[in-house]
Design a protein around this ligand. Structure first.
Ligand code: PRX
Length: 663
């Protein structure tokens, strides 16, 4: 398989939408390619007309006066309008008489309880509204006001979705931190957001063990004197200390609130959330999304990409965590307005067995399954017998996200999971784009394994050179978006200059995605990977600088350089070249490697644990002092380097790196 991961260049198998797909779905929002093309053409020619029509399907407390105001790099959508994302996701369904429909299906990781040996909850829109209203009132009772950032650091429990929506309800932007991150990541994000209230759980279930979320928050709070309250949900029953005056239990504070707190009308451009993601420097950046545009874009793209049909028996299961943008957009905000139950699963895909996802699909009659290529590669390795044990015939549409999918994995997914009858939507997008920017539409777009195919409505995607000129077919270039779209980020929290520099500087007048890409003769897009120092590890973004600063922070290492290397399951693995501190230089052994790997895992989180560590006496640098990363990438990949090394300051360095033993 290893040869396949990057061999997307010569794929020419085409999979048209299956002939009986339309009949199976009942309704197709975009029935064929010609319809897609004419809708896309209109959306680019007349974005205001197009998005104005789409937005009419939502509830607005006050209508907008102008659909779009664009002063590069600042977009304002639905200017003057007032709405509420929680209202459109939840209350509106109740008010329209759909309160008894299931909004969220949740399955807990432990599989001891429940009628079928699983802990399952079905939450209707009415129940969800009541709990969200209570949680909103509880947050207010803790002093949260409109505009205050609330930090959410929880496991995949329904109360996380409740807390997200409660924040939206009162106009308090949320900042969700992935539960797999460690204390330092909490400190960085809480400080940057100036957040004073944190919502967490005593712990989270993961592979039969408990992740100590509250303990991590406590450790972080030692460095966060401004945190006033920590609201704690009891999930695992773990014994956790509660700090008097600061910590309060969810079951004490939320349960006693009335359900009367209504949705706060907010301006369309009112901040909805911050979500921290990695960039090319050490500091994660808080991507800002606002209310109206994001709400419209996520719900509409979810409807088109997955062909969602309200209350039609569809059940949608996205395996992402709410700590990532995929969870925000395509578990909560994009799904609930569509009245298709969204399934949240608490635990790991291989607990208690390697067939857990397929068991979930079969038991809940899941129609839509959305996961990452790295997960698919793991499923392949675990073996065909696991999906084969379960009835997967309910599936209609499969999706992938997070990284390019290698054709082998695509074909396996298509055959073994989709039974050859389910279109695969390979959805390309980013934290910054809010929602899908390039993706097939299941009833309309012929798919080619490894290509994310064609742009979403309203997205003027192109592959250009540094001057913004479009590249000819099959020529690599920079992926850009030439016009604003409703789901685009509105800024980086507290760092205007970084916003401009990162996204709007290299190619004049266009949004730079940070990915290399090409278009083929059909106009289909092929993503070729990041052009910056961001790694895509198992579909998660990680800045090389973050891992480097953690290694140096161990005090065992004086200098570190981190690069990506090919990895069969993760897509990209993490390779770290370290210069040990003189006091430890004699201990350059396996033990030291393990110590450093553990240090990074504890410091940032398990996803950042290096796969390979090499010790060296010095790092290869150019005369100007820049680390020669390409050379290190070649070495990490075990390739003979072709790079001109004449600029190496110290040829010995290269020689030593080559000689040094492998982890
Ligand atoms: O490199 C692209 C890759 O993931 C990056 C965005 O990461 P993040 O903001 O964490 O969001 C991931 C989930 C939306 C992109 O710049 N990426 C994402 N989806 C795809 C992809 N690369 C190729 N194909 C995709 N479908």
């Amino acid at each position: 398989m290893s040869s396949g991961i990057h061999s997307v260049q010569h794929e020419d198998r085409i999979f048209p939408p299956p002939a009986d797909f339309a009949a199976r779905m009942g309704t197709l929002h975009v029935p064929d390619l010609a319809t897609y093309q004419s809708m896309h053409e209109r959306s680019i020619r007349d974005p205001e007309g197009f998005w104005g029509d789409v937005a009419k399907d939502f509830h607005w407390f006050k209508p907008w006066s102008k659909v779009l105001e664009w002063n590069l790099p600042d977009a304002k959508w639905f200017v003057g309008g007032q709405t509420n994302a929680c209202f459109n996701a939840v209350d509106r369904q109740v008010e329209a008489g759909h309160g008894d429909e299931v909004a969220i299906i949740w399955e807990g990781e432990p599989n001891a309880a429940g009628p079928h040996g699983h802990e399952v909850r079905h939450i209707t829109y009415r129940q969800l509204r009541d709990e969200v209203a209570r949680c909103a009132a509880a947050l207010e009772s803790l002093g949260v006001k409109k505009g205050d950032v609330v930090t959410l650091y929880m496991g995949m429990v329904p109360e996380l979705a409740v807390a997200v929506l409660a924040c939206a309800r009162i106009g308090a932007p949320h900042s969700v931190i992935f539960g797999g991150f460690a204390a330092q990541a909490i400190v960085d994000r809480v400080q940057d957001a100036q957040s004073t209230v944190i919502v967490t759980c005593d712990g989270a279930h993961r592979r039969g063990t408990v992740v100590p979320l509250k303990a991590n928050v406590d450790a972080a709070c030692e460095r966060l004197p401004d945190v006033r309250h920590v609201l704690v949900l009891r999930r695992t029953g773990t014994d956790v200390p509660m700090k008097a005056g600061r910590d309060v239990w969810w079951h004490d504070v939320v349960a006693k609130q009335p359900t009367t707190r209504a949705c706060e009308p907010v301006d369309a451009e009112h901040p909805l959330f911050l979500l921290y993601t990695s960039g090319s420097t050490g500091k994660p950046k808080g991507i800002l999304h606002t209310t109206g545009g994001y709400m419209v874009f996520t719900a509409a793209t979810a409807r088109w990409t997955f062909n969602l049909v309200p209350n039609s028996g569809q059940v949608y299961f996205c395996t992402a965590d709410l700590g990532w943008i995929t969870g925000h957009s395509y578990i909560v905000y994009g799904l609930l307005p569509n009245r298709v139950p969204t399934l949240m699963y608490e635990g790991a895909p291989n607990w208690p067995g390697d067939d857990r996802f397929w068991s979930i699909v079969a038991r809940h009659k899941v129609t839509h399954f959305y996961t990452a290529p790295t997960a698919i590669r793991s499923f392949m390795r675990w073996g065909d017998r696991h999906p084969a044990k379960h009835d997967l015939s309910s599936l209609r549409v499969l999706g992938t996200v997070g990284e390019p999918i290698n054709p082998e994995a695509w074909i396996w997914y298509h055959e073994k999971i989709g039974g050859g009858r389910c279109p695969i939507v390979d959805t390309m997008w980013q934290t910054e784009t809010g929602g899908h920017i390039i993706t097939p539409l299941p009833g309309a777009t012929p798919t080619v394994p490894g290509s994310c195919t064609l742009p979403m409505f309203g997205v003027d995607a192109a592959v250009v050179d540094d001057h913004g000129h479009e590249q000819p077919a099959n020529t690599g270039g920079l992926l850009v978006i030439r016009k604003p779209w409703p789901g685009m980020l509105r800024g980086i929290h507290g760092d205007r200059q970084r916003f401009i520099d990162t996204y709007f500087s290299r190619v004049k007048g266009m949004y730079l995605a940070g990915d290399g890409a090409r278009r083929d003769q059909r106009g289909y897009f092929w993503i070729m990977g990041r052009i910056d120092d961001v790694l895509n590890v198992s579909g998660h973004r990680l800045g090389t600088a973050e891992v480097e600063s953690s290694l140096v922070g161990s005090k065992l290492v004086v200098e570190a350089a981190v690069v990506g290397m090919p990895h069969e399951i993760k897509g990209t693995g993490i390779a770290a070249f370290c210069v040990l501190h003189p006091d430890h230089a004699a201990n350059a052994d396996e033990n030291m490697r393990k110590r450093l790997m553990e240090h990074v895992a504890r410091d940032i989180g398990a996803i950042a644990r290096p796969d390979m560590i090499r010790f060296t006496n010095g790092l290869p640098k150019t005369r100007s002092g820049k680390i020669m990363r390409r050379l290190l990438r070649d070495i990490a990949a075990g390739k003979e380097t072709t790079q001109d090394t004449t600029t190496l300051e110290d040829f010995n360095v290269l020689a030593k790196l080559r000689e040094s033993d492998e982890a």
